[in-house]
Design a protein around this ligand. Structure first.
Ligand code: ATP
Length: 455
């Protein structure tokens, strides 16, 4: 399975989905750049999320809040002071590890919410070894804050310290009252945001699974206390269906409910949707009932009233929050792994094909003139389609080679313009998955493709 991860990574690099960051300078550890195909793919994912969570939801609205926030935000959220990662060093080789990750790698289960004592005891009792050198001598646990710090303004003193946000959620909470007032929405309603978050992770890795600069797609859904668990189940289903509708196979996902002791102290229920990556099960989407913790914290720290007056019930309360939180890069990796396939074609031939849902595919179609002599006419077909969606154009090499290149980047339709096309006004459309070919009128092409790429 390590091998198939390597194959996905190498396809990503060679075809322009994802490059190592700052590569000409020897790179920057765990930084990755999305290439021409990767940016399309990730944009399509973000668009598909926005469509279901904002456009089609009767409850939700969108937001784009700033990465830089008043530092008091992070005191209120608990990111300064409270939660930080439990780190330990190996006394033998001096390598640094997250205690909870050592336990998770050992048990295959999450250690979220374990106390330091419990982690230390467990590591000692089970003779958990240093992944680097195999030693069993660890230091005590130290807390490490994973937020990136920088300075606002010209003087680099502690008064001017600010942070890059480690999650998009807080930008939603601090705007709750603004949004409730200006949209005049009644509870329940949700606020959705897509944007960059930064965490100085100790153990980044597995390609774009855990990185330090990443994108999140988060929804904070505000509801009346007492209705929160129903909404928690509602969003759990909604999220799962989004993945299924985009072609993720059910056998590659599982819903893992957090045990009581694993729950954050403020959370009533948390479920992770996990995906079976080539390196094992990994968290994809965290769905949590966060009660009134966040709004109460911000009310206390800001001194502003963040309660809601429920006219129907004639009562005032702080709304409860259900949060589905998804990483754009992480779900991109899941869909890259899900799509990757090597297929036997006929007796001797094989092909690599990315079976993306057409809505996610970087190019919806590729226009291929059978001969370079047909370039002008084929160019017109390309131009006609390019007004509607991303299309590739390729006139180099044999038609078979060109089909293979498009299969490898997941283009659902190849459109071949041949010597008959000018006479009959038709082109041959080849389906990526079935490899079946159909003759389609050029003036029907747009509608034909539009229908098949719906999400
Ligand atoms: P993990 O410990 O698995 O890195 P987490 O439990 O810290 O994740 P949350 O704080 O719940 O993650 O963040 C919500 C979502 O944001 C995660 O489910 C994941 O999809 C994404 N995410 C979090 N950290 C990263 C990261 N470093 N790189 C990429 N995606 C991330």
């Amino acid at each position: 399975s390590e091998k198939s991860m390597d194959k996905v990574v190498s396809l990503c690099k060679s075809r322009g989905f994802v490059y190592p960051g700052s590569e000409i300078y020897g790179g920057l550890a765990n930084a990755w750049d999305y290439g021409p195909l990767g940016v399309e793919f990730k944009n399509n994912l973000k668009r598909a999320w926005w469509k279901k969570f904002v456009q089609e939801s009767p409850y939700n609205v969108g937001l784009d809040s700033a990465i830089l926030m008043n530092p008091e935000t992070w005191v209120a959220s608990g990111h300064v002071g409270g939660f930080s990662d439990p780190l330990m060093d190996c006394k033998d080789c001096k390598s640094r590890h997250r205690a909870d990750k050592l336990i998770e790698d050992f048990t295959g289960e999450s250690a979220d919410g374990w106390s330091e004592e419990k982690m230390l005891q467990f590591i000692a009792d089970n003779h958990i070894k240093c992944p680097n050198c195999g030693g069993e001598n660890f230091t005590d646990i130290r807390k490490f804050n994973l937020m990136y710090k920088t300075y606002q303004g010209v003087t680099e003193d502690s008064k001017n310290e600010i942070y890059l946000r480690p999650e998009t959620a807080q930008g939603i909470f601090v705007n709750f009252a603004n949004i409730a007032r200006t949209t005049r929405k009644k509870l329940p309603f949700g606020v959705c945001q897509v944007g960059k978050s930064f965490r100085n992770e100790i153990t980044p890795g597995n390609f774009i699974f855990r990185i330090r600069e990443f994108e999140q797609m988060e929804c904070e859904f505000f509801c009346k206390p007492g209705t929160d668990l129903d909404w928690f189940y509602y969003w759990k289903d909604y999220c799962k269906n989004w993945l299924l509708d985009l072609g993720m196979r059910e056998e590659n996902m599982r819903l893992r409910d957090h045990e009581q002791e694993e729950l954050s102290f403020y959370s009533k229920a948390t479920t992770d949707i996990e995906y079976l990556f080539p390196f094992g099960w990994g968290e994809l989407w965290g769905i949590a009932d966060r009660t009134d913790y966040d709004l109460t914290q911000h009310q206390n720290h800001s001194g502003k009233d963040l309660s809601y007056f429920d006219q129907e019930a004639n009562e005032r309360y702080i709304p409860y929050v259900v949060e589905p939180s998804l990483g754009a890069d992480r779900v991109a990796l899941a869909f890259l792994c899900e799509a990757y396939d090597e297929e036997q074609v006929g007796e001797k031939d094989s092909r690599v094909v990315m079976h993306f849902h057409p809505a996610l595919a970087p190019f919806k179609a590729a226009v291929l003139p059978l001969s370079k002599k047909l370039g002008e006419q084929a160019g017109k077909v390309r131009e006609q389609l390019a007004g509607k969606f991303m299309v590739d154009y390729d006139d180099a090499g044999s038609i078979g080679k060109r089909y293979r290149r498009q299969d490898e980047i997941g283009t659902p339709f190849c459109i071949t313009y041949d010597f008959e096309s000018e006479q009959d006004g038709c082109v041959t459309v080849r389906d990526r998955d079935t490899m079946a070919q159909e003759r389609i009128a050029i003036d029907q092409l747009e509608r034909y493709i539009e229908e098949k790429i719906q999400f």
